[in-house]
Write a protein that binds this ligand. Sequence first.
Ligand code: COA
Length: 383
Amino acid sequence: MPQGYVLGVGKTRFGPTSKSLPSLAQEAILAALKDAGLEIGDIDAFIVANYLGGPNEGRLHLNAVVAGLMPGLNLPGWRVEAACASGGVAVHQALLALSRYERVLVVGVERMSGIPGMQLTRNIGMAGDLDLDQSAGLNFPASYALVAQRHMQAYGTTTRDLELISLKNHDNARLNPLAHFYHKTVTQADIDAGAMVASPLRLFDCCPVSDGAAAAVLSAEPRDRRSVPVLGSALSTDAISLSQRSTHTSFAAARTAASNAYRQAGVTARDVDFAEVHDCFTIAEVVAMEDLALCDPGEATRLIREGVTARDGELPINASGGLKAGGHAIGATGVGQVYEVVQQLRGEAGGRQLGKARIGLTHNVGGVGGTCAVHIMGRPDES
Ligand code: COA
């Protein structure tokens, strides 16, 4: 039995914009309501996912900010923060909230552009451990560089493998009008020219700095033949410090969330036709595939080299362009992944529509594996 249904989804373009945080949220909410064929008065509760509103622009209490977009309704609403997994956690919470409220609106929103680089890196770094990791210089690119180095030592992963992921995801983003790098053709020469960020990760191994919002309307019951069933929804956490982990080539929170979501959905990793995974850095796509049991540990790079994860491969990964090229508007990302999977399952993904899209999965990670939310969705007409 499904955990709930996605009645409608909406998304802004991810990328730099002068639009304010409330206006980005409004744009996504209106699009999701329109997609669901509903009015704001049909909503019974709402959840706002955001990470950087406080540190970046001194804007907190975002449930009341979003309530200002729907004056007079006085709905129950709250804000969720779980670093880059804020959106996925909000979707999980919305499904839980369906035991109390008939229709729950989730909106993930973030503004990141225009903040000086050092300040932004420090603000993003707050999602990592303060006592041990940050003091050792482990900001986000450095932490994922460590993961990449360990994966290379353990499994022979190469920088070429990471480049192939970047090329694939940039190629996919060129078919996604809402992607950060929709207009950018990325070649091997661009990748070669990219500056070193944290060895071995170069510019094109990193997600960009994006603004944006995404929204979804969830309900315990389907509304029409476009309502997409959520078959599995699982959340798991892990100790925040990398010093407390037994391995750095895999995230226990992701493995646990994945196995719980598969069990709930009554499917196995083999049943997954396509996935939107949290490729904040290219190495994270490798780790995600292995944590989701889409392949054995150390096997993801072979699938990438053989084109299995390409748009026309057997198991397309990040057809939207992923975080790498689709963009990573932190608090919005987990909801944006749901937007993409819903579009694919309905057969409404336009030029990037996948051939086989019956079971789709989202994998949204906060910090360096501190939080992971996994959602599994099925075709609208087969629930
Ligand atoms: N991938 C590809 N191109 C990128 C890029 C990225 N990640 N980031 C910026 N660019 C491009 C810009 O589009 C711009 O191109 P243009 O000159 O053609 O317009 C150029 O590089 C310079 O952009 P700028 O914003 O000055 O880059 P930067 O050097 O300040 O920032 C990073 C680059 C990698 C440091 C930044 O993108 C970053 O911090 N990414 C990681 C964000 C993060 O940690 N998120 C959370 C992860 S969990």
